[in-house]
Design a protein around this ligand. Structure first.
Ligand code: ADP
Ligand code: ZN
Length: 743
């Protein structure tokens, strides 16, 4: 083992062994050189065990080094690889993606590989299990049930008792009785179960003319079997899902694999039900809450091309598809596609590269597309398809503005008179409502009325958020929790601590006082932790066991409730505070999506926006429905300031426990950068400055921002500066290319 870029004397070809490079899933960039005597069984992409120092590590054969390659190490200095794992090789397209993502994000290549090898157990030889095949012995009594068993087995594929019982629609008892009568023989096969197979033959919905046009275009792209990106832009409820299901069906028909990425897969029970209704099977799912066994089985089924379709969160991008025929990114504008820790990448953007390397089409879906995707449409890089109307004539919700300066709620309350009235009407009609407030807990700030002291997290520059149910003060950044004090920790005054501002718990308290007979429920990431909670919640709303939902953005996602007709946005201005360049775009997207929950079936919906800035372009765009005007203005503003998508940004975040050394290192980096700026591309270095979250988990944070034109890439320059920089080990650096968070 040696880094492959080390130089040495000429190679002496002492044996017939072939030199290969292996990439290991460690925090390193370089590949290591090894030898193999069995080159045919260790092709590029093979998973192999290799010696590293005193242990064995699993990695991937990255390249076979030929004699023409520049000589580096003599063979006798190289170690031989160990075991070659019996796993399908990693495809060239996934290996290219790993190289590309590392190059683009400046993450270590091994760290990117680690995401593609996130289930080490899936690489191990599987357990064996008992399966059945038809023997030559025909049983005396051939009941219809027994006949079905033989029909299922007629293709010669051995199946377990459970699989046979599922596919032949017989009890496992029937299978076992046949085995006992020696009409079935047992064989031992790997224990990976065969996933349920979706059936594209099943009847589809009757599509409208518009929907049909779009569906045909998407199916054509799937049939073309080459790279393309299409933005499917249509209002909530216009049938985008219905239409991309047709593209999915086409890919399944062509025996290709399909990846559908959703921002919050754990909360997508309704999506799974719809898929089941359309294709008669549940797709394999992939997200961070998935159990160990399901991870292993899914990863393996994807690698062996047994899983035809996976629906997953952003990490599903790294699954080992071998026959990828279509990728769909639903709600493409959603911030959840950006991974903010470890390898920092945007799964939507990287999905574009995955589709490119796999030569397959990609569909980006949204009712409120990102400016990035719209810019790509405008530049001719993406095709765009539109669905203009809600299906079946369902009306878009009527969006009304409540000017909080004119119609304020009583002091210390948050529900204005117009919103209260709308709620009263809604409940009187037996319908359901949502109060939306993107803030967990009871109150975002607690202060002492005697001395003005504000309760802050000891580890972060952030207020502690009061949670009433747990009677605690929580930091939403680091997880710090303390009991709510009775006395001020500063001046020791008793009973003077006051909660300021609303969180969902407080709005729920107020709603309960206003509507004592109404059943309400708070829905946040605190109360809905996983798929099971989400399914329960959805079922309770569908059965009308809940009339009022008070929730954060978790409720904005794709749920569809026929009786939900009113959405009240408690604080429409919330997302607009702070200097985030995407604040307006994001607020628009979020509020539009929340509004989409209202009035999807036979009832017209209403959304009330409580705002102190009714003239803000976001409020105007929402209430007038002038989306495109808003987007045009927003695009122009970004162009004017060279902000994304017109320009490129990359952030460097430096952090450490010693503030002075963090600040010094940040200054040193800025100096190096300013002394080494390229002549073209209008590259600028902004900062360093303390980050808005200047202290996080006890670490001081400084930020530097690099800005340049779209036509240039900041990465080579960043790499150069960071090579020159001599950063002390106690200062850690994170690079965020195309940042979405500016905390
Ligand atoms: P979107 O993805 O654009 O929000 P959906 O595909 O979820 O839209 O469609 C909204 C609702 O309308 C769903 O309940 C869907 O089943 C229904 N729907 C859409 N198109 C059709 C159609 N052609 N026939 C029957 N139902 C449809
Ligand atoms: Zn904290």
């Amino acid at each position: 083992m040696a880094p492959s870029d080390a130089t040495s004397s000429l190679p002496t070809l002492t044996d017939s062994a072939v030199r290969i490079t292996v990439l290991l899933p460690l925090g390193i960039d370089t590949v290591y050189d090894y030898l193999t005597a069995d080159a045919a069984n260790a092709p590029e992409g093979a998973f192999v065990r290799v010696p590293l120092a005193s242990r064995m590590v699993t990695g991937v054969v990255w390249r076979h080094v030929t004699d023409e390659d520049e000589p580096r190490l003599t063979h006798d200095k190289l170690k031989h690889i160990g075991e070659i794992l019996p796993v399908p090789v990693m495809t060239k397209s996934l290996r290219k993606l790993i190289d590309w993502v590392a190059e683009y994000t400046l993450a270590k290549r091994g760290a990117v590989l680690r995401m593609a090898m996130s289930v080490p157990e899936a690489l191990e030889p599987p357990m064996m299990r008992v399966a059945y095949l038809a023997s030559d012995l025909v049983p005396e009594r051939l009941t219809p049930e027994r006949k079905r068993v033989f029909e299922v087995l007629s293709d010669g594929q051995p199946l377990s008792a459970a699989e046979l019982s599922r596919e032949a629609k017989v009890s496992t008892g029937v299978v076992r009785a046949l085995a006992k009568a020696s009409a079935l023989r047992t064989v031992s096969i790997p224990a990976w179960p065969v996933p349920e197979q979706p059936d594209w033959h099943l009847p589809r919905a009757d599509l409208s003319t518009d929907q049909q046009l779009v569906a045909h275009r998407l199916m054509d792209q799937v049939m073309a079997e080459k790279f393309s990106v299409t933005l499917l832009d249509g209002v909530t409820g216009s049938g985008k899902t219905e239409v991309y299901f047709e593209a999915v069906a086409k890919a399944l028909e062509l025996e290709r694999q399909v990846l559908v990425m959703l921002p919050e897969i754990a909360l997508s029970t309704q999506w799974l039900e719809r898929f089941r209704a359309r294709f008669g099977a549940t797709p394999m799912v992939w997200h961070s809450e998935l159990g160990q066994r399901a991870r292993r089985e899914t990863w393996r089924a994807v690698a062996e091309n047994k899983a035809r379709i996976v629906v997953g969160a952003r990490s599903s991008l790294w699954l080992p598809f071998v026959e990828l025929g279509l990728i769909v990114v639903d709600e493409e504008h959603d911030g959840a596609f950006k991974q903010e820790d470890g390898v920092i990448y945007h799964a939507r953007d990287m999905a574009v590269m995955r589709a490119r390397f796999a030569a397959c089409p990609l569909i980006l879906c949204s009712a409120t597309p990102s400016l990035e995707s719209l810019a790509n449409v405008k530049a001719g890089r993406y095709e765009s398809l539109h669905l203009r109307d809600r299906h079946g004539g369902a009306q878009l919700p009527n969006i009304e503005i409540v000017d909080m300066r004119r119609d304020p709620p009583p002091r210390g309350e948050w529900i204005s008179p117009p919103l209260r009235e709308a709620l009263t009407e809604c409940f009187a009609a037996g319908q359901q409502a949502v109060l939306f407030l993107n803030r967990r807990g009871y109150a975002p700030l607690t202060l002492c009325r005697a001395c003005g002291h504000r309760l802050e997290c000891p580890n972060c520059s952030a207020w502690l958020v009061a949670h009433r149910f747990t009677k605690t003060l929580n930091c939403h950044h680091c997880g710090y929790i303390q009991r709510s004090p009775d006395a001020c920790p500063e001046c020791e005054a008793e009973g003077r601590m006051a909660a300021c501002g609303p969180g969902v718990e407080r709005v729920a308290e107020e709603a309960a006082a206003l509507f004592p007979d109404i059943k309400s429920e708070i829905v946040t990431s605190d109360t809905v932790a996983g798929p099971e909670d989400a399914a329960n919640f959805v079922a309770r709303i569908e059965k009308c066991e809940i009339n009022l939902v008070i929730g954060t953005q978790i409720i904005a996602k794709g749920h569809h409730f026929p009786l939900l007709t009113l959405v009240g946005v408690v604080d429409a201005d919330l997302g607009l505070a702070g200097g985030d360049l995407r604040a307006a775009e994001r607020t628009y997207q979020l509020l539009h999506q929340v509004g989409g929950r209202a009035g999807r079936a036979h009832h017209a919906g209403r959304m009330l926006l409580q705002t102190f800035i009714p003239d803000h372009p976001v409020m105007v765009a929402l209430s007038s429905g002038e989306r495109d005007l808003f987007l045009t203005r927003e695009t122009e503003a970004r162009e004017l300031h060279g902000q994304p998508p017109a320009g490129r940004l990359a952030a460097v975040i430096l952090s450490g426990q010693n503030e002075a050394s963090v600040a010094d290192t940040a200054l040193a980096l800025a100096r190096i950068a300013r002394n080494n700026l390229p002549a073209e591309g209008g590259m600028e270095v902004l900062g360093p400055a303390p980050a808005p979250l200047a202290l996080l988990r006890g670490h001081y944070r400084y930020r530097l921002l690099v800005k340049c034109s779209r036509a240039h890439l900041p990465q080579p320059w960043l790499r150069h500066w960071l090579n020159v920089l001599d950063a002390p080990s106690r200062v850690s650096l994170r690079i965020d290319v195309d940042p979405y968070s500016f905390n």
